[in-house]
Design a binder for this molecule. Structure first.
Ligand SMILES: *Cc1c(COP(=O)(O)O)cnc(C)c1O
Length: 394
């Protein structure tokens, strides 16, 4: 029988989330009856345009933006690329970018490949992080120069959940006349965001990290921020992103944003309490288990724990046999034997970084699930350690 949400314990919500059944419900009519093109002159298309308008308002509402500041894209990755490339096109003479050593591959890999993509030379400042994953703001301030086109710093880290003070950083960037982008894909829906009160110019979010479908993203572009489109084509999105709208997914995302606003309280109380219970249960019952990332400056749903002297991949295989889903490192770095660039940037020792597991919860998790994981993990780790040549019982 294929696995579905009834028979797995899904603790991998930073990789992707279950599409909320209510979201599916709102999407279905736009995949069947209401297939008109929202740009058409006739009412059959126009009614779809009206539904898009409502969805745009719901997205804007969740992040304290104006509807005109919302640009729908195909994913978080497209939003990240659009923001950074837009700034480079706006200031072709500026060749410096400030980012961090712990960004998602959507930003990291773009920055690494900019010279090839643009045929120009760029200088990237990769801000280091402390051992708890936090940034040094003074070092950030000093990195800004006349030549800096844009700063791109994630709101919350996908692997550790560590939250960066992006509102404060955006203000510092603005004081230096520099544009500021934040990849908020992991933060939206988990922590309150009110962009009206910030200096943030660009913000990326992605539907599938907040219970909407995969393949729909948003780039927030602050009113007045210079902007150059990435996809050129029709007049969709007010000329800011060509391509016929992914109508059903946009409408699903609108619903998901309404639900995220309504669930924000639960995310920060019940989900956080479950995460804390899981974390405490594992750290207390398993020797040589360490929490990666700042204990408090962190998303309410994420716990990244290293089990020293075991392989993350091996742990995941044993968890998989019990239908418990989690990640080692980030989904994009697992599969290679390199430990995660995030944990390396934090200076987590090799023996610990290799055995790191990310547990990421959502409102769909229950206390019974967490109890089951706390019950099963100690023997999984003990059995693997018994096979490890590096592990010696103390
Ligand atoms: C998932 C994720 C992305 C990429 O979003 P996609 O919609 O999958 O392209 C970017 N940044 C962060 C922090 C993420 O967690």
């Amino acid at each position: 029988m294929p696995l579905d949400h009834e028979n797995v314990i899904y603790l991998d919500n930073n990789a992707t989330t279950r599409v909320a059944p209510e979201v599916v419900e709102t999407m279905l009519p736009y995949l069947s009856n209401y297939y008109g093109n929202p740009s058409s002159m006739h009412n059959f298309g126009g009614q779809v345009g009206a539904a898009l308008k409502d969805a745009r308002a719901s997205v804007a509402e969740l992040i304290g933006a104006a509807p005109e500041e919302i640009v729908f894209t195909s994913c978080g990755t497209e939003s990240d690329s659009t923001a950074i490339l837009s700034a480079l096109c706006t200031f072709p003479e500026k060749r410096h970018i400030v980012t961090t050593r712990v960004e998602h591959p959507a930003v990291k890999s773009l920055c690494e490949n900019l010279d090839t993509l643009t045929g120009r030379k760029h200088r990237i400042t990769w801000l280091p992080v402390e051992s708890d994953g936090t940034l040094d703001l003074e070092q950030f301030r000093q990195s800004l120069t006349e030549d800096t086109a844009i700063v791109s710093v994630m709101w919350a880290n996908n692997e550790t959940g560590v939250i960066f003070p992006v509102e404060e950083m955006a203000q510092i960037a603005h004081d230096h006349g520099v544009l500021f982008h934040t990849d908020a894909v992991q933060a939206v829906g988990k922590v309150p965001i009110n962009l009206k009160e910030t200096a943030i110019d660009f913000l990326s979010l992605s539907g599938h990290k907040l219970h909407a479908p995969k393949g729909i993203g948003v780039l927030y572009v602050k009113k007045g921020t210079p902007y150059v489109p990435f996809l050129n084509g029709g007049h969709q999105e007010n000329g800011r992103r060509g391509g016929t709208e992914n109508v059903a997914s946009i409408i699903g995302l609108g619903k998901a944003c309404q639900m995220a606003a309504a669930n924000m309280e639960e995310e920060n109380t019940r989900v956080k309490a479950l995460r804390d219970k899981l974390e405490k249960g594992l750290l207390e019952n398993i020797p040589k288990a360490l929490l990666n990332g700042h204990k408090d400056k962190r998303l309410p749903n994420t716990a990244n724990i290293s089990f020293e002297y075991v392989e993350g991949e091996a742990i995941l295989l044993h968890m998989n046999q019990l239908n418990i889903c989690a990640s080692s490192g980030s989904a994009c770095t697992s599969g290679s034997l390199e430990p995660s660039h995030v944990l390396r940037a934090m200076g987590v020792p090799f023996t610990a970084a290799h055995g790191s597991i990310r547990f990421s919860l959502s409102v769909y998790n229950t206390e019974q699930e967490v109890d089951f994981v706390i019950e099963k993990m100690p023997s999984i780790i003990a059995n693997l350690r018994a096979l490890s040549p590096f592990w010696e019982e103390e």
